[in-house]
Design a protein around this ligand. Structure first.
Ligand code: ADP
Length: 399
């Protein structure tokens, strides 16, 4: 079965083609073809690589999304990066949909009703749901008869108990849909499954730390998500690359009184805060590390606030679970920063947790990096959202 995955963000469109033969493999496979479009002001950059090692980089003029997706799909069956003789060889297309609201608790086949529901949730995810719908539309035009599957980033958190999901503001807001939804669910769920496969058992009390540009934690008891740090929007919780995470809401009232409008507040909290806002050098931890090495006190402060935010939120998840058996690090920071992992783990030494320092430094992927005696296991899991989406398509096709 050949499965195309579309993962649309506000400024990038990523895509992969997987082939699953008779059964789901035990280890995540490499895609046959991978493509990425970076949308810029008036143009877009397309880059493609195949499993065979051929690659392509080209500029797409005009920058229209539909045209860009069309060009990207053409590289599947044309030119050096060709891996299919015809687009019709594709059996299913999976889409990452950021917001599934309260309704979608698992992946579903795309129907006109599902499209309508995703559209109705645009006010809750204005940067993401519209581009996700564009992807569905583009595929409906070129492959009208192929099964499309919507995989929701919120679905894994649908099991949050009311005490964790409801905000302490008047109840009528909850009735209007203002509640904790949580995000990054596709990867939190993938990490739960991957760590269960690596340990040969589902951990009883698991915390997954998804630390990328955006960052969130999930508290997972016996496989079920019971708490998470992101909320009504992906702004809540941990300090992130350019997002503030949780701050005193009184600060917003103060700034509104000073004349800030909605757009300015939105930009401040989503694009100009976090590591970027504090350090003044950028949102990428590598930039922060370089600035610290050259003596920047602000970069040092940004890192310290980041680590403190991570530790205190892990503390919250730990108490929601009543203890910890397995801790997972994933996402660009979680996979690549021994320092962030060490700092988070040092705060948990009172549980007896001990890292194996050599393993922590050795670029681990899908490996246990705790010392042999540690009662808490610690894993680094490579985020594979695209593969997780492909697996959902395979399962739905099998039903
Ligand atoms: P996204 O959240 O956009 O999917 P990623 O999960 O790929 O992003 O994470 C990107 C972030 O990972 C970068 O902004 C950077 O902070 C961090 N990162 C990536 N590589 C490294 C590295 N080698 N060392 C430290 N941080 C890294």
């Amino acid at each position: 079965m050949k499965i195309l995955v579309l993962n649309a963000g506000s400024s990038t469109q990523k895509s992969c083609l997987y082939e699953i033969l008779n059964a789901l493999p035990d280890t995540p496979p490499k895609p046959l073809w991978e493509a990425k479009i970076d949308w810029m002001q008036d143009a877009a950059m397309l880059s493609v690589t195949t499993q065979q090692g051929t690659s392509l980089e080209e500029q797409i003029l005009g920058g229209e999304r539909q045209e860009g997706i069309g060009r990207m799909l053409a590289t599947l069956y044309q030119g050096e990066t060709q891996v299919l003789s015809d687009l019709q060889e594709i059996d299913a297309v999976g889409h990452r949909i950021v917001h599934g609201g309260e309704k979608y608790r698992e992946a579903v086949r795309v129907t006109p009703e599902v499209v309508e529901a995703i559209a109705s949730l645009i006010p809750l995810a204005p940067e993401h749901n519209p581009v996700n719908l564009e992807g569905i539309d583009a595929i409906s035009k070129v492959l009208p008869d192929v099964m499309q599957v919507a995989v929701f980033d919120t679905a894994f958190h649908a099991t949050l108990p009311p005490a964790a999901a409801v905000y302490p503001i008047p109840y009528s807001f909850y009735e209007q849909g203002i509640r904790r939804y949580g995000f990054h669910g596709i990867n939190h769920q993938y990490c739960r499954d991957r760590v269960a496969a690596l340990q040969n058992r589902l951990p009883h009390r698991l915390i997954t730390c998804h630390l990328g540009n955006g960052a969130s934690l999930a508290a997972i008891r016996d496989g079920t998500c019971i708490d998470t740090t992101m909320g009504f929007t992906p702004l809540e919780g941990l300090m992130m690359g350019s997002r503030s995470g949780s701050i005193d809401p009184g600060i917003l009232i103060h700034l509104l009184r000073q004349g800030y409008d909605v757009e300015r507040l939105n930009r401040l909290l989503n694009k100009e805060s976090g590591l970027k806002g504090l350090s003044g050098v950028g949102n990428d931890l590598r930039q922060i590390n370089r600035a610290i090495a050259s003596g920047s006190d602000r970069a040092q402060l940004a890192l310290e606030v980041y680590l403190h935010s991570l530790q205190r939120h892990i503390g919250a998840m730990l108490v929601s679970l009543g203890g910890l058996d397995t801790l997972v690090f994933t996402g660009g920071v979680g996979e690549n920063s021994p320092l962030v992992r060490r700092s988070a783990c040092q705060a948990l030494e009172f549980l007896g947790l001990q890292l194996n320092e050599a393993e922590n430094e050795a670029r681990p992927i899908d490996r246990d990096i705790a010392s042999a005696e540690s009662p808490v296991r610690v894993f680094v899991i490579r985020a594979r959202e695209d593969w997780a989406i492909a697996q959902e398509c395979w399962k739905i096709n099998d039903e």
